[in-house]
Design a protein around this ligand. Structure first.
Ligand code: FAD
Length: 409
């Protein structure tokens, strides 16, 4: 059985950053990844014949995001002229009247400002005005931001999140950028870890393809994989940590990519929400012609995302087509070439979108920085307080975990 200073479990942004840091520090290490690829929830698919980010797409908090500089160094272009929040509302064959757009934007900005200034740890829903006609849109936006519904999200968790310097989409894919940054890092693919026995002097890591031992473990798998006992621990993880995982779960965040015969004509806005006349009807998000490509991408979160994830391909396309016709007219009916869906929520190696603390539980995120039994260090987006739910949060947590692991040796 091979022995390493450190075994890193998971090769998403966090595990890859940890591996790169251990490589720099000259430690012996192994990175064990369940899937047959690296990147985890940062993955650029090219099966449509163009890059499509199944998961992370935006360099969030671009001013503080290390991947902005990494993109510059590696020659990855990104669009710094638009923001995630730069969204047009559409319906009846085009953009809604300006006054209606302005009313929606004012409400959204008000709610998000209240959330970001929160000092009490209560549900997001407390910041919504009861009966406001834009609440279905707000639920939909909160679903995208948090992957949860407003009643399940802690205001204080959100208030601690740092947004700084815009949100920039990466032309050839954020997933491709994360993978390129880790080119040259040895990763053992297609090797799901099934059990970690940390009862002895060294931890024993059991996989479907043999076992290894390590002096320290960096556990860089998603929260929901741990909640679902995707890895068995001997002895079990401490109950207060397990409780914290349950209190900062991942919700659902899904995408559908729709390849068109050609880009949508005459549409300069690249990000839109389709609003229907019936105010109770779920708005439908569309990313339009990204980088001039003939593509529409819809991003859906929270319980709506969960419902959609379970729909058949035909049923989700019927929903998408209704929105496409509402926004761009009936000519859309003959324009679809191919579609692709993500299914993060049913993928056993993610089981969801991204973490958010439940109301009243924001403080529990701190638990993820504690070392377990002088042997196991956690990494992943859930470990970051200012940048949770993001690639850069995961990356920075991986670096911090590697530094901790080296100190443990
Ligand atoms: C639809 C969607 C859109 C998003 N949009 C953005 C965005 O625009 N910008 C942004 O910054 N973030 C975005 N995110 C969030 C971002 O993708 C994640 O926060 C980040 O990639 C998480 O990295 P991680 O390393 O913590 O976890 P992951 O990327 O999930 O990596 C964990 C790794 O562990 C592996 N693993 C799991 N179980 C095992 C096991 N038993 N044994 C071995 N390996 C295992 C997994 O295969 C995976 O590779 C989005 C996420 C989704 C789902």
């Amino acid at each position: 059985m091979s022995h390493y200073d450190v075994a890193v479990i998971g090769a998403g942004a966090a595990g890859l950053a940890a591996g790169l840091e251990l490589q720099k520090a000259g430690k012996s290490f192994i990175v064990l990844e369940a899937r047959d690829r690296i990147g985890g929830r940062a993955f650029t698919d090219t099966s449509l014949g163009l890059p499509f980010d199944c998961g992370a797409h935006w360099l969030h908090a671009a001013a503080q995001n290390p991947f902005t500089k990494i993109a510059d160094r590696l020659g990855f272009a990104y669009n710094s002229k638009i923001s995630w929040a730069d969204v047009i509302r559409m319906g009846n064959g085009g953009p809604l009247p300006e006054a209606v757009q302005a009313e929606a934007v004012d409400y959204i900005v008000d709610v998000l400002t209240r959330l970001s200034e929160a000092t009490e740890d209560v549900p997001f829903s407390a910041s919504l005005e009861p009966g406001n006609r834009w609440n279905p849109l707000m639920d939909h936006i909160i679903g995208q931001i948090t992957s949860h519904d407003p009643q399940n999200c802690s205001t204080l968790d959100y208030a601690r999140y740092i947004e700084d310097g815009g949100d920039f989409p990466v032309k050839d894919g954020y997933g491709a950028l994360v993978a390129r940054n880790a080119a040259g890092l040895p990763v053992t693919l297609s090797t799901p870890v099934t059990c970690i026995d940390w009862s002895g002097q060294h931890a024993r890591v059991e996989t479907e393809r043999g076992n290894v031992t390590a002096s320290a473990i960096i556990l860089a798998v998603p929260v929901n994989v741990l909640i679902a006992d995707g890895i068995r621990f001997t002895p079990a993880l401490p109950p207060d940590l397990v409780q914290a995982l349950h209190d900062c779960p991942m919700g659902v965040s899904e995408k559908v990519a729709i390849l068109l015969d050609r880009p949508i004509d005459g549409f300069s806005h690249i990000y839109g929400d389709v609003i229907f006349e019936d105010p109770a009807k779920q708005p439908f998000n569309l990313h339009i012609n990204p980088f001039g490509r003939p593509l529409l991408v819809s991003h859906m979160g929270g319980s709506y995302g969960a419902e959609v994830e379970k729909l058949s391909d035909d049923a989700i396309m019927a929903l998408a087509m209704e929105a496409m016709v509402e926004a761009f007219g009936s000519g859309m009916k003959t324009r679809v070439v191919k579609t692709l869906r993500t299914h993060w929520a049913s993928d056993p190696y993610s089981l969801g979108g991204y973490s958010h603390a439940k109301p009243g539980k924001a403080a529990l995120r701190l638990k993820f920085s504690e070392t377990i039994g002088d042997r196991i260090v956690l990494a992943g987006e859930h470990c970051s307080i200012p940048f949770y739910s993001t690639v850069h949060g995961a990356h920075l947590s991986g670096i911090a975990a590697a530094e901790k692991a080296v100190r443990l040796l």
